[in-house]
Design a protein around this ligand. Structure first.
Ligand code: NAP
Length: 486
């Protein structure tokens, strides 16, 4: 197999600003690693504030023309991007795996998922509508006119290097906004490749800018402090989200915040256990557990706890761990050493408090940031494992005996992104749907992500929705005109 890096030529491992691919003004670069080996795979430009502001010059300069571009034309450019992504799925997937660590099958799934945002929003681009109505008291008419909010700044995480950017860029472009994306420093290559693909697809210069940097704090602050920026969309941790919300307040920016999760997955005694097991495996292990919607706490009703736990542990123990590009690998490397250390500490803390490790729990020797699929039982309520976002292949199992008890436990978190419920009882499912404080819910399903559905959280998991019709509304302001007509 050829080197996955061949897909991104050296001249495109630089900043995408307007119509140029260029070095940082300082000439600085930083290294990108393969987390499965710890080896450097590329050097990319390390932007400073001046580079960020140069990107904003371009995004702001291109704004009027892009907003005035006919929606059908914008739609066609998004469709061309969708086709290019799906047509080149394999080479893009290999790059994702190389810089992020997930198994190739998962990277292929991410390309399909990310591409679908371009198809979905190509369809939404031509369906942006206002309203016309008679004022209830008569005498005038009410007209609403949707307008693009303006240049947008996007900050994205490393866990889905393509999809987390795609679900911001596609609706923004559909609405007529221009963009600057700052990808995570650990996975900048996929976003640069997306910018290159969009350039080839014919997206005009200045509409999609990408600024890679190791100095996220100062570059993003400068962008948010500039009054030409009109919108911030962030996907990442709640901690950084809070910092950016404060910064966005100064210019009263529109914000979308896709933040951390602490999902409870609830298996009721009446569930179809085969369905629940499949669902729990997906909800826990998709993306190596490095997902905001990963099942963080698995609650199993006492009568089925033993059987569920034994079968789940067997399936977790049978997964193979290795380099994501190797055949037959189910679980790739975690993103970095700090991630492995954090997970080790969470498991050790649970064990210190009386929990037992059924499967896994020992990091392997050798290079790369690996941690095995792990099942922990008898986890006491005060264990940090149940409060922190694990972001890895560790599943704590806790038993419950009543719906009220499990609802109270599931909701006892600052997060509110997603929950999962497995039951064959419709009334029970509806009670959980109403009772769980989350923005999303999987009922007898472990996979809920879908570009045609509104993705997002409540409480400290975020503000706003991505995907679906709601996704484009995040990029539109509404002007209301009162038209006199006696
Ligand atoms: P993170 O540490 O919050 O970083 C996310 C992004 O913010 C990165 O691009 C990072 O840049 C940047 N950043 C960090 N500090 C910043 C600052 N002071 N100012 C401006 N930008 C800053 O999160 P992560 O570790 O990459 O991703 C994992 C988190 O994302 C988890 O909490 C997960 O739940 C959440 N997530 C949420 C969703 C959702 O839809 N709700 C989806 C995926 C992930 P650097 O890379 O340079 O640090």
């Amino acid at each position: 197999m050829s080197d996955p890096m061949n897909v991104l030529a050296p001249e495109h491992r630089r900043l995408r600003i307007g119509d140029a691919w260029r070095d940082a003004a300082s000439g600085a670069t930083f290294a990108v690693e393969d987390p499965a080996t710890g080896k450097t795979i590329a050097e990319v430009a390390d932007a400073g504030i001046a580079d960020g502001l140069a990107a904003l010059d371009m995004a702001s300069g291109a704004m009027a023309q892009w907003a005035a571009t006919p929606p059908r034309k914008r739609s066609e450019l998004l469709t061309a991007t969708y086709r290019a992504l799906t047509g080149r799925s394999e080479e893009i997937a290999r790059l994702i795996t190389l810089e992020m660590g997930k198994p190739l099958a998962e990277a292929r799934a991410e390309v399909a998922y990310g591409a679908e945002f371009f198809r979905w929003f190509a369809e939404e681009a031509v369906r942006v509508e206002g309203r016309y109505s008679i004022a209830p008291a008569g005498g005038y008419r009410i007209l609403t006119v949707p307008k693009p909010v303006g240049p947008c700044v996007f900050v994205t995480p490393w866990n889905f290097p393509l999809a987390m950017g795609a679900r911001k860029i596609a609706p923004a472009l559909a609405a007529g906004c221009t963009t600057i994306t700052k990808p995570a420093a650990q996975t900048p290559l996929t976003m640069l490749l997306l910018a290159r693909i969009m350039e080839e697809a014919g997206v005009p210069p200045g509409v999609v800018n990408v600024v890679t940097t190791k100095r996220a704090g100062e570059v993003v602050s400068a962008l948010l402090a500039d009054s030409r920026t009109r919108k911030l969309s962030f996907t990442g941790s709640t901690e950084v989200g809070r910092v950016l919300l404060r910064q966005a307040a100064d210019n009263v920016l529109r914000t979308s915040m896709e933040l951390g999760g602490n999902a409870a997955l609830i298996v009721c005694a009446d569930a179809d256990l085969d369905v629940a097991l499949d669902g729990a495996m997906v909800a826990k292990m998709r993306n190596i557990g490095e997902s905001c919607i990963a099942a963080n706490r698995i609650y199993v009703e006492e009568p089925v706890r033993e059987e569920f736990t034994a079968r789940f542990a067997e399936r977790m123990g049978a997964l193979s761990v290795g380099h994501g590009l190797d055949d037959g690998v189910d679980v790739g490397a975690l993103i970095d050493a700090a991630s492995v250390t954090k997970i080790e500490e969470l498991v050790a803390d649970a064990v210190d408090r009386g929990a037992r490790v059924l499967v896994g729990g020992e990091r392997p020797d050798g290079p790369g940031h690996f941690y095995p699929p792990t099942v922990v039982v008898d986890v006491p309520g005060d264990a940090r494992l149940l409060r922190a976002e694990i972001f890895g292949p560790v599943a704590p199992i806790i038993s419950f005996t009543s719906d009220d008890e499990v609802l109270a436990k599931a909701n006892d978190t600052e997060h509110g992104l997603v929950g999962y419920v497995f039951t064959r009882d419709l009334q029970r499912a509806l009670r959980f749907t109403e009772g769980l404080e989350t923005g999303m819910l999987g009922i007898n399903r472990g996979l809920i992500s879908d570009p045609s559905a509104p993705f997002g959280g409540v409480k400290q998991s975020g503000i706003g929705r991505e995907g679906s019709h709601e996704g484009i509304l995040e990029y539109l302001d509404v002007t209301y005109a009162a038209i006199d007509l006696p």
